[in-house]
Design a protein around this ligand. Structure first.
Ligand SMILES: [Zn+2]
Length: 46
């Protein structure tokens, strides 16, 4: 089972960021879109 625990996800629409403390395996949705994995070292700005 893959684990997202400890990984940070963000919403590209509203900017919410969440870190998993428990992964149930279900996608997380914010603003009607699937939240994206925030990669290490990526600060979200271009
Ligand atoms: Zn959102």
């Amino acid at each position: 089972m893959s684990s997202r625990v400890g990984k940070v996800y963000f919403c590209a629409i509203c900017g919410n960021e969440v870190e998993f403390v428990k992964d149930s395996g279900v996608s997380i949705i914010c603003c009607g879109e699937e939240m994206r994995l925030k990669k290490e070292g990526f600060n979200g700005e271009e």
